[in-house]
Design a protein around this ligand. Sequence first.
Ligand SMILES: *[C@@H]1O[C@H](CO)[C@@H](O)[C@H](O)[C@H]1NC(C)=O
Ligand SMILES: *[C@@H]1O[C@H](CO)[C@@H](O)[C@H](O)[C@H]1NC(C)=O
Length: 348
Amino acid sequence: MATTSTLLLISSLLHHFIILLLLLPYQQNPLTLAAAGGGEWKLLVSNTGVSAMHMQLLNNDRVVIFDLTDFGPSNISLPNGKCRNNPKDLTLKIDCTAHSIEYDVASNSIRPLNVFTNVWCSSGAAMPDGSLVQTGGFNDGERNARVFKPCRDNSCDWQEFNTVLTQSRWYATNHILPDGRQIIVGGRGRLTYEFYPKRTGADASYNLPFLSQTNDPRIENNLYPFVFLNVDGNLFIFANNRAILFDYVNGAVVKTYPTIPGGDPRSYPSSGSAVLLPVRNLQGRTNITAEVLVCGGAPKGSFTSANNGKFVGALNTCGRIQITDPNPQWVMETMPSARVMGDMVFAT
Ligand SMILES: *[C@@H]1O[C@H](CO)[C@@H](O)[C@H](O)[C@H]1NC(C)=O
Ligand SMILES: *[C@@H]1O[C@H](CO)[C@@H](O)[C@H](O)[C@H]1NC(C)=O
């Protein structure tokens, strides 16, 4: 169910080229795979032309990849000699290269796509029909939504909707809700949340004081918050070093979780990662429990010390918390290595 697609890789300005590598099983025996002996690495595409600052697997086994748009040309041309003519682009107003591609796993091929406004550090989620909705970003993209509806005949492309957010959203987090809308939480200088698509009538941005409480002045650490839908219908929202359980229907905090032991920041720019672990007791429907795992990040003060040329190591700890527990407590574990800007996916 978790579909947040904010996958931010290291500065794409330095990495215009990515290499797409997939683990190809040569035997279908799951036991062989489980023993990690049944696969090999193969280079599938040596140059995708666009780096995967953001990447989302779609329901048709294709992966949509997109990068910021205003660093100049990418390494893949738009099809049929088309050019993007965007007077608001900060670097190249007429740009004949693509800043998004679709990778088709089955045919091992890539297809350039048109993304018009700047998706740099935007956020998104997949909708119930499989469409990826990506909102916000930088510059001309900060209040836009873009929709990519998967197709099999190579006819689909990004659709752009201008100025549909009530506030600009840069480094926000999106999460799909049971009613089919998305909630968009936070972003730089945005201590609020809003929904997309909008309902007719008043559909504003709403204050979320937790985001100001977790904002470290001039450092932030409350960006790209970790958001998960709990089994009780409330949202678990983690920013910086702590979390709340939030009733987004009534705009009320229903639970405040303890600060993660050590108190070090885990969200952007400290950039740990988080995942909702398998929900237990779903069959019996009694005592359903849900647990969140948060791993990596950066020690308190490391942002300031990095600006002064002193670089400290990332965190090697993970915290697990049962978010359904009436008296929730963090359980700490140590990873074999420290991790920052990682990403976790729960694999079944
Ligand atoms: C991509 O890079 C290669 C190698 O530098 C170059 O030959 C090619 O023209 C580039 N393509 C585009 C569209 O920039
Ligand atoms: C519910 O689950 C928790 C943790 O899995 C367990 O500690 C507790 O005893 C369970 N309660 C009931 C009533 O089964």
